[in-house]
Design a binder for this molecule. Sequence first.
Ligand SMILES: Nc1nc2c(c(=O)[nH]1)N[C@H]1C(S)=C(S)[C@@H](COP(=O)(O)O)O[C@H]1N2
Ligand SMILES: [Mo]
Length: 329
Amino acid sequence: MFIHEKNPLDPDSDSETPEHVFFNRRKWLATAGLGIGAAAVAGYLGWRTWRGTDEEVIAGGQVEPTYEGRLAEQFPAPRETRFTYGRRETDQVEAARYTNFYEFSSFKDSWRWVDSFEPYPWTVRVTGLCRNEIRMDLAEFHKSYADALVERQYRHRCVERWAMAVPWTGIPLARLLKDADPLPTATHVRFVSFNRPDQASQQQSSEFPWPYVEGLTIAEAMNDLTLLATGVYGRPLIKQHGAPVRLVVPWKYGFKSIKSIDQIEFVDHEPATFWTTLSPGAYPFESNVEPNVPIPWPQHEEWMLGTKEVFPTQLYNGYSDQVASLYHA
Ligand SMILES: Nc1nc2c(c(=O)[nH]1)N[C@H]1C(S)=C(S)[C@@H](COP(=O)(O)O)O[C@H]1N2
Ligand SMILES: [Mo]
């Protein structure tokens, strides 16, 4: 069974290198024409241990300057002051350095591997059980929803027990979904990430059920908290945070917040997800943040990226007021 993280108790557990993934990397280096000789392996290990400067960590995934220039007017978006972290904001570099993006890395260091990813141009698609399928390129998307673009300070909680507090820019997903006009038969929304093995090295590995997919019930997807994000820290999403468009579902474990979304689809059943497929039984579809429910390990505490401050886990990650009614009739 593949578990999300080797030792979730240990903030430094990402320094371990499980053999199977190291092996894939070697395979990838070989196809990249570097060979699998000792020099390549030594080079690889050197790269894996190079910490990178702050600039490198952020710049590794920088969006195209022309694209960022075009969007400049919309960033930063107006902040909705009703959302506050209740704790210190996570440092931008700490958040960029420690990301989960398995298409690129199993070790939080996806900033090292995202250079080859080309998120522009990109199409936002809403399909499936609806009357008005949507297909828009990102520029059109930003123009159509300029009035809805907001910044929200959200807490984020990974099932591995690390947490962060970051300002996302985006639109409430409900805005887009309503425009697609779902049919009464639609019960869930399925989200699909890109599948580009030529740009994302780990997608060359058949150990993972690519592409990454996730799902929500219609009610969850329509909840006001559910954000379709195109930015973070007041600028367009950098690649390792899921450029150019991702989901943010702050009352659920982080894996529900799927990155780099290629397709949004109305369906009439609970869709299979990446993590339930990879590890049946470990990660339930619902996966709300709940201190007393082990998923799959104990979840009563969390630690913040950067400061390593420890906080008790809050029910629904502290968003009970907005979401508890979804779960108690
Ligand atoms: N496509 C895709 N989306 C993904 C993931 C991933 O590996 N691939 N990881 C998830 C997990 S486990 C978490 S905790 C969050 C992390 O978001 P961040 O790396 O931007 O902090 O993204 C989620 N979305
Ligand atoms: Mo996660």
